[in-house]
Ligand binder design. Structure first.
Ligand code: ADP
Ligand code: MG
Length: 235
């Protein structure tokens, strides 16, 4: 997936300033940067939830810049996940498959597989209110993946949870990604989270990409003072 020359302004404020980024197929890329650097704006633009003022978004070579979010074939998980409260875990995960009228046996197999991967096999008949915060986000990941999206976009999905649960969820995400290999972009302002989980990190600041590379690249060869001091904050 790639973003070419993306530009986005809110009035006079430039939120995305000529952003170009290649996300390799099957990678888990972290979009890392301080609050207000434009991470969510970039992610929402990739999803089609924001309209760019300039530039393009390509998914698997297709220019989707003018394509509606529903037709971009993207899975999205936010910090505060809006589950269907009146549906069980199983029904929540199956939702996207059911509205696509997939055969019941296919839905059952797929849901079983995903619940197994996210460790919620024993929780199928529970309702979202009966899950912990971490379990709810694991359900959200399973639901986003159920329809085999071409790209999975995660915007601070663990941000609202405490440190121990966040650390567990990183492990889950890594395991999930190793199983499913879907091209994933994880937005985070947490350097440690990006370093722990991502194959590649794109560092954002003030609407621009400062550097893209493996965690090792960024540590060994930071492109500038911003990257050096931002990564240096890891405790
Ligand atoms: P991040 O996710 O990195 O914290 P955002 O992409 O949410 O940053 O925001 C980048 C900047 O754009 C912030 O300064 C924010 O205030 C501004 N911004 C985001 N959305 C809007 C909007 N709808 N209207 C005006 N300003 C916005
Ligand atoms: Mg954000």
């Amino acid at each position: 997936m790639s973003v070419r020359g993306a530009r986005k302004q809110y009035g006079d404020f430039v939120a995305l300033d000529d952003v170009s980024l290649d996300i390799p197929s099957g990678s888990l890329t972290a979009l890392l940067g301080p609050s207000g650097s434009g991470k969510s704006t970039l992610l929402r633009s990739i999803a089609g939830l924001e309209e760019l003022d300039g530039g393009a978004v390509l998914i698997a070579g297709d220019d989707v810049t003018r394509v509606s979010p529903q037709k971009r074939d993207i899975g999205f998980v936010f910090q505060h996940y809006a589950a269907f409260k009146h549906l069980t875990v199983r029904k929540n995960v199956a939702f996207g498959l059911e509205i696509r009228k997939r055969p019941k046996s296919e839905i059952d197999d797929r849901v079983d597989q995903l619940l197994d991967i996210v460790g919620l096999t024993g929780f199928q008949t529970r309702f979202p209110a009966q899950l912990s915060g971490g379990q709810r986000q694991r359900m959200a990941l399973a639901r986003a993946l159920a329809v085999d999206p071409r790209v999975l976009l995660l915007d601070e999905p663990f941000g609202a949870l405490d440190a121990k649960v966040r650390a567990d969820l990183r492990t889950w995400l890594r395991r999930l990604h190793d199983d499913v290999h879907v091209t994933t972009v994880l937005v985070t302002h947490d350097q440690q989270e990006a370093l722990d989980v991502a194959d590649r990190i794109a560092v954002m600041n003030a609407g621009r990409i400062e550097q893209v590379g493996t965690p090792r690249d960024l540590y060994d060869r930071p492109a500038n003072d911003f990257v050096m001091s931002f990564l240096g904050d890891v405790s």
